[in-house]
Design a protein around this ligand. Structure first.
Ligand SMILES: NC(=O)C1=CN([C@@H]2O[C@H](COP(=O)(O)OP(=O)(O)OC[C@H]3O[C@@H](n4cnc5c(N)ncnc54)[C@H](O)[C@@H]3O)[C@@H](O)[C@H]2O)C=CC1
Ligand SMILES: O=C1O[C@H](COP(=O)(O)O)[C@@H](O)[C@H](O)[C@H]1O
Length: 247
């Protein structure tokens, strides 16, 4: 029988990429505070992730969680990231361990490590002939309060894994753009994540075996400054796209 997967933030862009390729792959339970405006595979729960009762009900019978819901703006103010990204993520983790969920994939962000992009490294580090590489073993170095909230989500995952044994993978997503890499934006081209690579990566997050991981979620871009080795080795990620192959 297919695994039951709870996908939070299902109505957003990353959810669109995942469901675009994986609609038939799992028994989906979808959650978003925005009501559905189109047909979705599986049951759609309209709820806020800070609503403990609704989250616990949605977690019943779930094998794996892909947690996307949150405020994705790099300019998001503290009150929003505190509520949506930190409190909401803690509510999802707590319900997940209580329900016996086995795997948890968390949508972290490049902005959790944004301040590695120092003035003396940029823009060279965005270019193919530069060998600067972050590999996920480095400490968080957030570039904004949104990035702080993503580092906090990774830390919540560390705690819930160590305390309760739930398998956790944090995917530091780059720049998801549909169809083609960002245009006239070197940083975006370095961290482009295509829709099909995004769906494949989260599929591997549900299927692979791991304990606690931090991986980068980008396509195999020539310009990359994020290593894909951990995602490849641990998850079996095999990206197909590369921003260099687009004009
Ligand atoms: N799109 C990208 O390139 C990147 C996205 N991410 C992360 O991936 C996740 C998804 O991002 P996108 O799909 O781009 O954003 P989005 O804004 O398109 O989708 C987020 C969805 O979450 C829902 N949501 C937000 N707060 C909620 C709450 N409190 N309760 C219930 N639902 C809530 C929204 O209604 C929305 O449908 C976010 O956590 C974001 O920080 C990280 C790095 C890059
Ligand atoms: O975390 C996120 O990162 C992407 C890429 O960042 P950007 O600074 O290159 O725009 C961003 O597009 C997305 O909205 C955000 O959630």
């Amino acid at each position: 029988m297919a695994q039951s997967v709870l996908l939070t933030g299902a109505a957003g862009r990353v959810g669109d990429a995942i469901l675009g390729d994986l609609a038939a792959e799992y028994e989906w339970r979808l959650m978003d505070r925005d009501p559905p405006t189109e047909d979705y595979p599986g049951e759609f729960v309209v709820a806020d992730i800070t609503d403990d009762d609704a989250v616990r009900e949605a977690m019943d019978g779930i094998d794996a969680v892909i947690h996307l819901a949150g405020d994705p703006r790099k300019t998001a103010p503290w009150d929003s990231v505190l509520t949506n990204n930190i409190d909401g993520t803690q509510t999802i983790f707590e319900a997940a361990v209580d329900a016996g969920v086995e795997k948890f994939a968390f949508a972290s962000s490049n902005h959790a490590v944004g301040h590695y992009e120092t003035e003396d490294r940029t823009p060279d580090m965005y270019r193919a002939d530069d060998d600067y590489l972050l590999d996920g073993t480095e400490l968080p170095r957030p570039g904004n309060l949104y990035g702080v909230s993503k580092a906090a989500g990774e830390s919540l995952g560390r705690y819930y894994h160590d305390e309760y044994g739930i398998a956790v993978v944090n995917v530091r997503i780059g720049n998801l753009t549909k169809g083609h890499p960002p245009i006239d934006y070197e940083r975006g081209q370095a961290m482009w994540l295509s829709y099909r690579d995004c769906a494949h990566l989260f599929d591997r997050c549900v299927k692979a075996d791991y304990d606690y991981e931090i991986v980068y979620g980008i396509s195999d871009n020539d310009r990359k400054y994020y290593s894909l080795e951990r995602a490849k080795d641990v998850l079996g990620y095999e990206p197909q796209d590369n921003s260099a192959h687009h004009d």
